[in-house]
Design a binder for this molecule. Structure first.
Ligand code: ADP
Ligand code: AMP
Length: 213
């Protein structure tokens, strides 16, 4: 197994880039999407995680790493995996390294989407998500063709609870405290490839595709 990590603040465009990489052979693993699936299914994990997520806080390392371990084990060989939103803490990064040792995989690159806070606030407040399939739109930068319904399944679009203004601030704070240190962690391993994520969606996708060759 070979893996790439998409790193960057909430709203930098990780999921938007990931859809293109998924069309090019990567298995897209988004811990946020896996957790939202648990919320939709109303599982005990979904209920616990949903509360933390709505407040802009992280779900525990043990829960998140457990989900990743369960996903990777059945497909350990020959796969190219794209992590979106994972790892988000140093503990998660170290445990991912341990998983690679056990499963025989490695990280080939960490793509860092660089984006200043003011751009992020605009992106997250205009983000709209399909309540059924999780497809991501933006009121201004990537509107659905019909305005209010998902292009692929016609379901209603909604604003995520954690995309409200007060929660966005909390998420940016948590990112700076807990996730930003991963840049140094991976820089020391020579894995970081930075991309200017303030460019248009097409240009960011193109830049990342070029980087990953
Ligand atoms: P992340 O997965 O990093 O949280 P998303 O991919 O969901 O971010 O993008 C956040 C919002 O910004 C979405 O509404 C998306 O349509 C929009 N967006 C993503 N990339 C860009 C870009 N390069 N330019 C403008 N808007 C973008
Ligand atoms: P995302 O869809 O990546 O923006 O994630 C939405 C929310 O899910 C985050 O704000 C966290 O509350 C939670 N979450 C997603 N991934 C992780 C992770 N790796 N570690 C802890 N919490 C996570």
């Amino acid at each position: 197994m070979e893996a790439v990590v998409l790193l960057g603040p909430p709203g930098a465009g990780k999921g938007t880039v990931a859809t293109v990489l998924a069309e090019n052979g990567y298995r897209h693993v988004s811990t946020g999407e896996l957790l939202r699936e648990q919320i939709r299914l109303q599982t005990p994990l979904g209920r616990e995680a949903g509360q933390l997520m709505a407040e802009g806080k992280f779900v525990s390392d043990a829960v998140v790493v457990g989900m990743i371990r369960g996903m990777l084990e059945p497909s350990a060989t020959g796969t190219r995996v794209l992590f979106d939103g994972f790892p988000r803490t140093l503990v998660q990064a170290e445990q991912l390294d341990d998983l690679f040792t056990i499963l025989g995989g490695s990280l080939s690159a960490v793509v860092l989407l660089e984006c200043p806070d003011e751009v992020i606030v605009e992106r997250l407040s205009g983000r709209r998500t399909c309540q059924k399939c999780g497809a991501v739109y933006h009121l201004k930068y990537n509107p659905a063709l019909s305005g209010e319904r998902c292009d692929s399944d016609g379901s209603e679009l909604e604003q995520r609870l954690d995309d409200r203004a007060e929660t966005i601030r909390e998420r940016l704070k948590v990112y700076a405290e807990q996730t930003a240190p991963l840049v140094d962690y991976y820089r020391k391993k020579g894995l970081v490839r930075a991309v200017d994520a303030t460019q248009s969606i097409d240009n960011v996708r193109h830049a990342v595709m070029e980087l990953l060759g």
